[in-house]
Design a protein around this ligand. Structure first.
Ligand SMILES: [Zn+2]
Ligand SMILES: [Zn+2]
Length: 331
């Protein structure tokens, strides 16, 4: 693929290296952090949201790219859980054995109005509610199922899917009102269904996650953008290219405003839009859009592996046009 050999060497080294230890990471992480309370960044004052897992580590990141890398979600849950066990032990249901901090953190939203995150997972300011919210055991159970599903998503996707279906029992994505837990579960389920190659099933949940996130958090919140992206991908993979095109355009507009026209995510969205354009039969528009994205991406993000993927897509489009005998003026 004409890739820089040094870059490939880097990937090989990374792929074959044993997983790096994560300093400050709690040893017991069989449960993923689930914090339903609002997380705010102390620097940019923007909400922080779950990022895609990297090296199977869940993180929190703010939307402006104000931090060089996401903060470890499990370490944040550990800090919050310790504070709850110390200052609000009565909200945690007794289980006979001491509750580990990351499980205590599941109840954070009942006593915390806000969690403000500083430079490290240990540097956290908690804003307490005047009175705790009443506990709902059904909600807690569903929240735990979603938390477990999030953790299992990579290793046991079928079990994770079952847990998410359970936690969404009785929820009709076409009519359900916006709800933070169901939005989270729906987005995760859509992601999983896409990975398991069931794009048609993913569409309904991605649609709900998208509209519900926008209603709960506003259209520029990281969760809403993530759900909009899932929504677009689900329609594209399901072959609804017209619908996918409109959603990718909406995402590109949002990202251009929030992160700038040359940001990685903006350009990656242009590249996906180009694939949809090609599927719709607009070959020349697709190639122009993709070639422009590649030029800018290579210039502004020189070491980013996505450039190579975009080039691969462009060659595939050229090959496809040649195979189908298209006579384009620029060929
Ligand atoms: Zn920030
Ligand atoms: Zn063509």
């Amino acid at each position: 693929m004409n890739l820089n050999p040094r870059l490939v060497q880097k990937w090989v080294t990374k792929a074959t290296a044993p997983p790096a230890p994560h300093p400050g990471r709690p040893a017991s992480d069989s449960w993923e952090a689930y914090l339903a309370a609002e997380l705010l960044c102390t620097f940019c004052h923007q909400p922080m949201a779950h990022t895609e897992p990297q090296d199977s580590v869940q993180g929190y990141q703010c939307q402006t790219g104000c931090r060089p890398r996401p903060l470890d979600a499990a370490a944040i849950a550990d800090t919050v859980g310790r504070a709850l066990l110390r200052h609000a032990p009565r909200i945690i249901p007794p289980s006979g054995t001491p509750t580990p901090p990351h499980l205590a953190a599941i109840h954070a939203h009942r006593v915390l109005a806000r969690i403000t995150i500083g430079a490290t997972p240990g540097d956290i300011t908690l804003t307490w509610r005047a009175a705790p919210l009443p506990s709902s055991s059904v909600d807690t159970e569903r929240a735990q199922a979603v938390a477990t599903a999030r953790h299992l998503a990579l290793d046991d996707p079928l079990r994770a899917r079952q847990l998410l279906h359970d936690s969404l029992t009785g929820i009709d994505p076409a009519t359900a009102p916006a709800h933070p837990l169901y939005t989270d579960a729906a987005a995760l389920l859509a992601e999983l269904l896409l990975r398991l190659d069931h794009p048609s099933d993913a569409v309904a949940w991605a649609t709900y996650a998208h509209y519900s996130s926008v209603q709960l958090h506003g259209p520029t919140h990281p969760r809403s953008l993530h759900a909009l992206h899932l929504h677009a991908v689900a329609h594209r993979r399901a072959g609804h290219h017209q619908r996918a095109y409109r959603l990718y355009r909406e995402l590109a507009d949002q990202l251009t405003r929030l992160e700038g026209p040359h940001a990685h995510r903006t350009l990656a969205t242009h590249a996906s839009t180009a694939l949809v354009l090609h599927a719709l039969g607009h070959c020349q528009a697709a190639r122009t859009l993709l070639a422009d994205a590649i030029t800018t991406h290579r210039r502004d993000h020189p070491d980013h592996p996505a450039t190579a993927r975009m080039v691969q897509h462009l060659s595939r489009i050229w090959r496809d046009c040649a195979t189908k005998g298209h006579q384009h003026q620029d060929t």
